[in-house]
Write a protein that binds this ligand. Structure first.
Ligand SMILES: [Zn+2]
Length: 265
């Protein structure tokens, strides 16, 4: 059976001397196929199967196996000259997307989120850390794991009434300093500013969330919090995330926006 699909290449890995195994994200969810002869320099399909390229694919389904017939690149999200930090975050976001796009419903939402995040990473006018954190929070929300940040889950007082509150990573809710008990585990203390920022990053439209102006200190606290919450909820380690942490402070990378560069002077 021949089928025609459009999708974003999440991963393209060596399978044999001349073949690759390609994972794409479509509006229907994930799809894997074998691309024969794609590692040859004369392959006409190589550009359409490169990571982070949105392409049209003509695929042949034979039993439970799927093979590539043709790949036509339609839109390249990250250019070849993108910074190493931007590429590392893109790989991490792609791995998260592969992990969480389970069916047609989540596939559609995750594809839209990932395409927008990759577009912003390519523009390089917002801090990479911010794009990563907003994506993490919105991805969790799209998967029904939205943190409950309005009130203390024990006494019901508004979180805004406290300079800082305790967030329970496993339950995904807050307890205030009056209600926190020694029996609570997996606690992270977060400031009122981080609570407000987190809510706005999820409740605003995607465009507005990414456009929010955030002081550098609050951004760092929020980024640390969102990553911790995500890892706790998804319960796994991501090699691409470890790589991002290894390279993000390397000198000479161009991922810093003008805003960040000014702050570090
Ligand atoms: Zn309370």
């Amino acid at each position: 059976m021949i089928k025609n699909v459009k999708g974003l290449v999440l991963r393209s890995v060596k399978y044999s001397e001349s073949d690759k195994l390609v994972t794409i994200l479509t509006e229907e969810g994930k799809l894997f196929f074998k691309a024969r002869g794609i590692r040859s320099i004369t392959s006409k399909n190589a550009a359409g199967c490169a990571a982070f390229v949105y392409s049209e694919f003509i695929l042949e389904q034979r039993g439970d196996k799927c093979f590539l017939r043709k790949a036509i690149p339609l839109y390249s999200t990250l250019r070849a000259g993108a910074s190493l930090t931007a590429l590392a975050v893109a790989s991490y976001l792609a791995e998260l997307s592969e992990d969480t796009a389970r069916d047609a419903e989540t596939g559609k939402m995750v594809l839209r989120l990932l395409m927008n995040a990759l577009y912003l990473l390519a523009k390089e006018d917002r801090p990479v850390e911010w794009i990563k954190a907003v994506f993490e929070m919105r991805l969790l929300a799209a998967n029904g794991l939205m943190p409950r940040l309005e009130v203390c889950s024990s006494c019901g007082k508004e979180a805004e009434a406290f300079p800082s509150v305790f967030f329970r990573l496993t339950e995904g809710d807050l307890v205030c300093s009056d209600c926190v008990s020694s029996a609570d585990s997996g606690l992270v203390r977060i400031s009122r500013e981080v609570v407000a920022l987190c809510r706005r990053s999820i409740e605003s439209t995607e465009e507005r969330a990414y456009a929010l102006k955030v002081p550098q200190g609050t951004l760092k606290d929020f980024a640390r919090f969102s990553e911790k919450y995500l890892i706790n909820q998804l319960e796994r380690k991501y090699a691409t995330l470890d790589f991002y942490h290894q390279i993000r402070h390397l000198p000479g990378d161009t991922a810093k926006t003008k805003e960040e560069q000014n702050e570090s002077i």
